[in-house]
Design a protein around this ligand. Structure first.
Ligand code: ADE
Length: 346
């Protein structure tokens, strides 16, 4: 199948099946960038609500740059992987220092936290640059169409699929109408079409091959191996960490500290934590709240025990702990796991 024929079928499919999403009605690079960063972290339904809250709080890159990191982390709360929020904030300040949003692939790529995928997504959707945004959807669609079993998480795989996607996107028309009838660059339409096609038609499990415009051309379908592709090498072993949190309650106040660099949840707040330590030297009577609360992160499983210490006297703690009224605890960005603890307390 020629690149031009592929593009024609893909864009026709997109015209009939494309999703109407709020950031698809704008060419504002800031709005598009924000949507991409959020959508790397969550599904469309949840991501849309976050995107709207961010856009409302900080409608421009200048306003986001002027926010405090705490405010940004707080707004990000619940999405996880907080380094993305910190990078977003840092990159906003980079952009303000530049004087305008960078317009080329190379310049966009230099923003903190922006990789090849995000740079191509922004450059194509905001500025019409012909660059393929190669995400998991693109790996899946292309690995199936050509029945390629090169693992996608290798340098060779990344180069191979990026080269293929770039060849295809260059056959897209210069401009065309979006499904909503707005004039849009072909590169933008191609990238968004690939995302939607991968997300809703060429899905990881049970792809809708019988309704697929590429059924006749798809080598994986012909061989009956669509669901086995793409191939991914198994890498890091998932390890388990055991955490013990103690929620201290003293005359309506509780104590938290901010996590430092070099571990998970940098910059977020948490109550006293014991990890690989005995609780025996902790003063007073601990009330057990929950044991073995499981929390899954990308490369780790956390098993947490929660305790409450009700006390009349503030226990001695390291200098970085602060005391906050329990009613103000929600002002602080905390990991989801700590949020679970707080929900049990309330
Ligand atoms: N996932 C990441 N970016 C997206 C976009 N622009 N549209 C739909 N899904 C996405």
């Amino acid at each position: 199948m020629s690149p031009a024929a592929f593009c024609a079928s893909l864009l026709k499919w997109y015209d009939a099946n494309g999703r109407d999403l709020p950031w698809r009605h704008t060419c504002d690079p800031y709005a598009i960038w924000l949507s991409e960063v959020i959508l790397q972290q969550t599904r469309i339904s949840q991501g849309t609500a976050y995107w709207q809250r961010f856009m409302q709080a900080w409608p421009t890159v200048e306003t986001l740059a002027a926010a405090t990191e705490d405010e940004v982390l707080k707004m990000w709360q619940g999405l996880g992987y907080y380094s993305r929020a910190r990078n977003l904030h840092t990159a906003a300040q980079q952009i303000v220092a530049l004087g305008q949003f960078p317009r080329t692939l190379e310049e966009i790529r230099r923003l903190k936290g922006v990789g090849d995928y995000t740079a191509a997504a922004i450059a194509s959707m905001a500025f019409g640059v012909t660059a393929a945004a190669v995400d998991g959807n693109v790996y899946r669609v292309l690995s199936r169409l050509y029945a390629i079993d090169t693992p996608i998480n290798t340098t060779e795989g990344k180069h191979l699929f990026t080269r293929l996607a770039d060849e295809l996107i260059h056959a897209a028309p210069h401009t065309a109408l979006s499904p909503q009838g707005e004039e849009t660059s072909g590169a933008s339409l191609f990238n968004q079409a690939m995302m939607d096609f991968g997300a809703t038609q060429c899905t990881p499990q049970s792809p809708l091959c019988l309704l697929c415009p590429f059924m006749e051309d798809c080598e994986a379908h012909r061989r009956g191996i669509a669901e086995e592709l793409p191939v991914k090498l198994k890498k890091t072993k998932i390890t388990t960490r055991h955490l013990i949190y103690i929620y201290v309650r003293c005359h309506g106040y509780t104590t938290i500290h901010r996590r430092g660099a070099g571990d998970i949840w940098q910059g977020l707040w948490e109550p006293p934590l014991f990890e690989n330590q005995s609780l025996s030297q902790w003063p007073g009577h601990l009330r057990q709240l929950a044991i073995g609360v499981k929390h899954v992160l990308t490369h780790r499983i956390l098993m947490a025990d929660f305790y409450v210490l009700d006390t009349d006297q503030r226990p001695p703690l390291p200098d970085d702990y602060i005391w906050v009224p329990e009613s103000r605890l929600s002002d602080y960005a905390v990991p989801r796991l700590v949020e679970k603890l707080v929900e049990m307390i309330a």
